[in-house]
Design a protein around this ligand. Structure first.
Ligand code: ZN
Ligand code: FE
Length: 257
C-alpha cells in the first residue's frame, strides 16, 4: 500500500492509498474531487473506496463527484454520522475492520471534534515497519481539533486511544496546522527541549514549503500538549492536576491563542 498526500483547499490534505499490483486506490477525506481524479489518472488506478473520518465539508466535499465517476464506490464513515456523509453506504463502529489491498484497518470511535468522528488505523505488517493512523481532525501534528460537538472528557478519552498506539505509528492528520500548533505548544510547555527542537525542524520545513505530515506518534507523545494532560510539566503550568480539567484549560487557551 502506497500513500500519496494531496494538498487541497487552503490547508487540507487528502490521502490516497494505492495498490500498485491491482491498480486500485482508496481515498481518505476527499475535500475536493479534482486532485483525486488527477492522481488516479496519473496512476492509472481505479477508485474503490472513500474512507471518511467525519462529516465536515472540508472532508466530504469531493464525495458526490467521485461517486459519479465511480458509481460502485464503498463510502465508509461512522454509523453515528448516518445522514451527514454524502453517499455513505458502510456504517462503522469501534472495533470494526475495513480492508484495502492487502491491509486491514481497525476502526477507532473518537468523538470530541464531532460526535461521529472515527479513525482508521492500519497496524504494521511484516513488510512495513510503521502503522498508519488516519485521524482526520482529532489529533493534529502538535495539536488537536476544536471541540465542536463534544466535551473535554470525550476528547481525552478519544486521544487516549490514539496515544496507546505504538510510537512508530505515522500520523496522517488532515490539515497542515503544525507550525501554528507548535507556536502555541511552547507557551504551555516552555521547558520541553524536544518541543523546542521540533519547532526549529518544522520552521525549517515550512520555510522550504515542505509538508510536516505525516508526523510520528512517538514525537507527538513527547511534544503535543494535547497528549500531555497528565504530564507534571503541563499540570504545573495549568496549575491543576485533574487530567480532564488540565486538558480543557489547554484547549481553552488554544481557542483564544
Ligand atoms: Zn473537521
Ligand atoms: Fe477539517
Amino acid at each position: 500500500m502506497e500513500i500519496t498526500r494531496l494538498p487541497a483547499l487552503s490547508d487540507n490534505y487528502i490521502f490516497l492509498l494505492f495498490d500498485p499490483q491491482k491498480k486500485i486506490a482508496a481515498v481518505v477525506d476527499p475535500a475536493e474531487a479534482q486532485p483525486v481524479l488527477n492522481c488516479l489518472n496519473r496512476l492509472n488506478a481505479e477508485l474503490v473506496a472513500i474512507f471518511n473520518t467525519h462529516h465536515h465539508a472540508d472532508h466530504v466535499g469531493g464525495n458526490n463527484s467521485l461517486i459519479r465517476h465511480y458509481p460502485n464506490l464503498c463510502v465508509y464513515a461512522s454509523e453515528q454520522d448516518q445522514g451527514r456523509i454524502p453517499g455513505q453506504n458502510v456504517f462503522l463502529k469501534e472495533g470494526d475492520q475495513v480492508e484495502f489491498s492487502d491491509r486491514k484497518a481497525e476502526i477507532y470511535f473518537i468523538p470530541g471534534h464531532t460526535r461521529g468522528h472515527i479513525a482508521y488505523y492500519f497496524p504494521p505488517t511484516n513488510t512495513e515497519n510503521s502503522g498508519e493512523l488516519f485521524c482526520g481532525d482529532t489529533l493534529f501534528a502538535g495539536g488537536c481539533g476544536r471541540l465542536f460537538e463534544g466535551t473535554p472528557e470525550q476528547m481525552v478519552n478519544s486521544l487516549s486511544k490514539l496515544r496507546a498506539l505504538p510510537d512508530q505509528t505515522r500520523v496522517w492528520c488532515a490539515h497542515e496546522y503544525t507550525l501554528s500548533n507548535l507556536k502555541f505548544a511552547v507557551t504551555v510547555d516552555p521547558h520541553n527541549l524536544e518541543l523546542q527542537k521540533r519547532v526549529k525542524e518544522v520552521e525549517q520545513l515550512r520555510r522550504e514549503n515542505e509538508p510536516t505530515i505525516p508526523s510520528i506518534l512517538g514525537i507527538e507523545k513527547q511534544t503535543n500538549p494535547f497528549l500531555r494532560w497528565d504530564h507534571p510539566a503541563l499540570q504545573e503550568t495549568m496549575g491543576m492536576t485533574d487530567p480532564v480539567r488540565t486538558f480543557a484549560k489547554i484547549r481553552g487557551k488554544k481557542d483564544n491563542f
